[in-house]
Write a protein that binds this ligand. Structure first.
Ligand code: XMP
Length: 506
């Protein structure tokens, strides 16, 4: 059966990824491509969306696409800049500036819409004259041409333009509009499911890899774990996973995660390299220096293991879609490019295999659940690669790691027991190992370290708010940490948001 897809052409708008998210929520596969990379001749494409842009169509440097590649041949939906671009390039040249909030409906795109449905307009150009052959599809009080459509472009497929953003939350019936486009107008089957994805991907992986051997670095996190289980289903014992313990993981994490992996039937080499990392980090206090040492040591340890698998042909990675999308900034330069494992020796000559590269995080979780992975692996909080090293302020020692592991364990167990773990994006404890404060324990004066508890809510870690955890919970955790963790006599709660603070303290 044809693998249907909608192409979303990216003109640099911040909300382009949101359109893709909305389409995925409709169980429809879509791909975001730079505005000038339309895949001419790809038979799987069933529709095209031209997204927004920070440019005005009048700007000399505005991104330009050759509409003749698809207009009339496939249903087209222009959103904001996309709508203006089509209007501008298909006959009309008059613009004024408006800012709007409501819309009324009229064409197939608006099937099922309520009168006065609220939509989100962004400031900028307004189409004052629609293209030749187009009809007004929706108006607002202030703007007649809030949406237009050409039922059949040059006798071919329809074209739609909307001046608002259906993909954003404030457009109340925006998802309905996208569904009308994708399902009714493009004929999308809405057949994307985790089960289908697994079936197709397993088949493709078998074809791609054949009888070769594959190496994968596991971190204990969701992406690399799901990637491993998916590969394991496809190629079984041809996959070798490497999980490095750098000595700064959470309490019992190495053994717990190794146990989980073994239960999942994965072939994992667990490497305890904590001695090496801790001795190389001795006396180092500068955060960037810590990160560099850990990064370098990690590559060294990983390579040493990888080299033993002499016939390996592939390096698998749990890269996901948001890691890869090249978003354009307004100068047209790529501001975020594909991240890659740096530093693998060239003589190993490995090809990259990234079976999750089309998925968003919540889709990775859906795939993981469908693969039967335990819930605690799937809903895990993110954890930084350098681990507790960036949560010990000052030089790292084994004793400080132990202290922090104990405090962190009390906090995370508490969050789970109080049903708060899944309500926060990420949580952890920070040890202020160079600060000492006075306390009193029984009749004794103490002079020990404080710890800070951190918990944030977020959707992507780019911005974050401190989590408003209940006082009673914080009180219980504070008492337990001070009573049980030797060397800690004070607990603080971090109430800073990102920005201006970051999630981690280092
Ligand atoms: P910040 O502290 O920059 O963190 O607000 C944002 C997210 O990234 C994680 N983080 C890291 N992850 N290596 C990683 O793999 C790192 O060096 C690193 N530093 C921060 C952090 O835990 C949060 O989820």
């Amino acid at each position: 059966m044809q693998q249907q897809k909608i192409i979303i052409l990216d003109f640099g708008s911040q909300t382009t990824q949101l359109i893709a998210r909305r389409l995925r929520e409709l169980d429809t596969f879509c791909e975001i491509l730079p505005y000038n990379k339309f895949p001419v001749g790809d038979p799987d494409v069933i529709g095209v969306i031209l997204a927004g842009s920070p440019f005005s169509v009048y700007d000399p440097e505005a991104f330009k696409v050759d509409l003749n590649q698809f207009i009339g041949q496939l249903p087209v939906l222009g959103i904001c800049y996309g709508a203006q671009y089509i209007a501008y390039n298909a006959g009309s040249r008059e613009y004024g500036r408006q800012n709007l909030t409501t819309i009324n409906m009229d064409c197939p795109l608006f099937k099922g819409f309520d009168e006065n449905s609220q939509v989100w307009m962004s400031h900028g150009d307004t189409i004052t004259e629609i293209p030749t052959g187009a009809q007004v599809a929706a108006s607002t009080q202030q703007v007649k041409n809030a949406a237009y459509y050409i039922p059949s472009f040059n006798g071919g497929k329809p074209v739609f333009g909307v001046q608002f953003h259906p993909e954003v939350f404030h457009s109340v019936q925006g998802t309905l509009l996208l569904k009308n486009f994708v399902v009714d107008i493009c004929g999308g089957r809405q057949d994307w499911s985790a089960a289908n994805y697994i079936e197709t991907t397993v088949r493709e992986l078998r074809q791609q890899i054949g009888t070769d051997r594959v190496i994968l670095g596991l971190s204990g996190g969701v992406d690399s774990s799901v990637c491993a289980v998916l590969l394991n289903r496809a190629i079984g014992s041809q996959l070798t996973c490497i999980f490095v313990d750098h000595g700064m993981l959470r309490k019992n994490e190495f053994t717990d995660v190794m146990h989980d992996y073994e239960c999942l039937g994965l072939n994992v080499i667990g490497v305890d390299a904590s001695e090496k990392f801790l001795s190389d980090l001795e006396g180092v206090t500068e955060p960037e220096k810590k990160r560099k040492i850990i990064g370098r040591d990690f590559i060294e340890v990983f390579n040493e293991q990888a080299r033993k698998i002499t016939d390996a042909k592939w390096l698998a990675q749990g890269t996901i879609y948001p890691d890869r999308i090249e978003s354009l900034n307004i100068t047209g330069k790529v501001i975020k490019s594909h991240h890659n494992v740096g530093g693998l020796p060239e003589e190993m000559n490995l090809s990259l295999c990234e079976p999750l590269k089309w998925l968003f995080k919540d889709e990775v979780r859906r795939v993981g659940r469908e693969l039967g992975m335990p819930e605690h692996l799937i809903t895990r909080h993110p954890f930084p690669g350098p681990g507790l090293a960036v949560r010990i302020l000052g030089a790292i020692t084994r004793d400080k790691v132990r202290k922090l592991q104990e405090a962190d364990d009390i906090y995370i167990r508490g969050l789970r027991e109080w049903g708060l773990y899944d309500k926060v994006w990420q949580a952890g404890v920070v040890l202020l190992s160079e600060v000492h404060s006075v306390g009193v324990m029984g009749d004794e004066r103490t002079y020990e370290n404080p710890v800070a508890l951190r918990a944030v809510t977020s959707t992507d870690a780019m911005t974050a708010d401190w989590a408003h955890l209940p006082y009673d919970f914080l009180a219980q955790v504070s008492t337990e940490i001070i009573n049980k963790v030797k060397g800690v006599n004070r607990v603080c709660y971090d109430i800073s948001s990102k920005p201006p603070s970051t999630i981690e303290w280092e």
